[in-house]
Structures are given as structure tokens and as C-alpha cells.
Design a protein around this ligand. Sequence first.
Ligand SMILES: C[S@@+](CC[C@H](N)C(=O)[O-])C[C@H]1O[C@@H](n2cnc3c(N)ncnc32)[C@H](O)[C@@H]1O
Length: 225
Amino acid sequence: MEDSIEVILQNHGKHLPTTKAHPLVSACTGVVLTGLYGLWSLFALPGFRKVPLNLKVPYLPSSKEQTLNTMKLLQGRTGRLADLGSGDGRLVLAASSAGFQCTGFEINSILVTYARNKARWSGVPSSQATFVKKDFWKTDLSSYNNVTAFLAPGVMEVLGEKLLNELPDDARVVACRFPFPGWPKQSSAGSGLDQTFAYDISSVRSYLRKMPDTVCAVSPCYVMK
Ligand SMILES: C[S@@+](CC[C@H](N)C(=O)[O-])C[C@H]1O[C@@H](n2cnc3c(N)ncnc32)[C@H](O)[C@@H]1O
């Protein structure tokens, strides 16, 4: 039995391709990879230079499941919604079709143009979905009673301070994938990478007021420049 396996392997080995790639294949792979990198940097980098290094967040679109989970946590809510870093506009468009008056803040002008066109092609009026090329860290969010954020774990604490300082008491914040450290969540939807977390600002404020050593809970730690 062992002999026959060896024979099969030996015979098969004769027909296996050699590991040396054809120069043309290598060249094409190089060109494709360089092109992909160029495309990625085109979408991910513009506008980033002015954002401090520790607050930089790259572009990564929400999955369908994540968008659905976000919308689940906004059920029963109405009014104005801000998506912080709106990317290609998918979350804003989903929220606008659920009746919210949405603003997507996005620092990357290419993504802003793309999202505006997508809204236009889908027939969404600008009263329902507006895309603004603006750094949300430098934006006063006090007029929004709903906020969604799919960003990065490293910025959630600073963002939490900003939102606590600016949002009205009746605001709800939905964090996608990355929860706010130290905030008590109202509910969550989904699991793993698609999980989303809802927070009611009034509950977060009263919870943090009771915590003796949360320095930033109710005082302005984040200063807009
Ligand atoms: C992880 S992506 C999420 C995109 C979109 N919200 C979604 O769910 O598909 C984060 C987005 O935030 C944008 N962004 C990062 N920092 C920003 C800032 N300071 N102001 C506005 N947009 C920002 C990035 O360009 C990127 O498009």
C-alpha cells in the first residue's frame, strides 16, 4: 500500500509545475498590485494629513450585516442623524430611507463625491441625505439626536468625550464594531465583526456621574480647534 502511494506521488511530482514564475506573470502581478495600492491610497489618504496621527481612521466600508445591525438599533428613533466618517455613504443612505435627516461627515473628497452621486442616482433628495467634506473632530454635533460611528478602537475614548460634551440628553449613539470603553450600552445587535452597540446619552451621563474616578465624564476633555 505504502509502495503504491510513493509511486503515485513520484509520478504525480513529474507533472507538477515548477515554482519559478514566468517573467511576464511576475510583471503583470507587479503592475496589478501597484495599481491596487494606487487606488487604495487614492481613496484612503486625501484629507488625512491635517488629522492628528492618533486620530487617523482609514476607509473600510460597513458590511451589509453591520448596516442592518445599525438600523436595528435605530428603530423607533426619528430626527437628525450624523454619520461620522461616512465613506461611500452606505449608512447614510440606509438611514435616510428609514426617514432620518442625515448628514455624512467625510474627510476624503473622492468618497464625498462618490456618495453624493450615489444619492443622486438613487433619487434621494439632499434634504434627506447630505454629504459634507468636513473633519468631524472640528464639527459641533450638538444639533444631532442620532449619531453613528464606524471608526477605530483607538479613537473611541476621545470620541466619547466629544459626544458627551456636545450631544443633547435625548441623543442615541450607535457604535459599529468598536464599543465606547467604559460606557454602559443600552443594547447591541449582531456578533463578531458585524456587532453594533447602542448608547443613550442620558443614561451614559448619569452612569458616569456615579463613577468617582471618571475625570472626563461630565467635564470638557476634548477641545475643538
Ligand atoms: C471605517 S470607514 C467607515 C465608512 C462608513 N461609515 C461605512 O460604515 O461604510 C471610516 C471613514 O471615516 C473617514 N474619516 C476618518 N477620519 C475622519 C475625520 N476626522 N473626519 C471625517 N471623516 C473621517 C474615513 O475617510 C473613512 O471613510
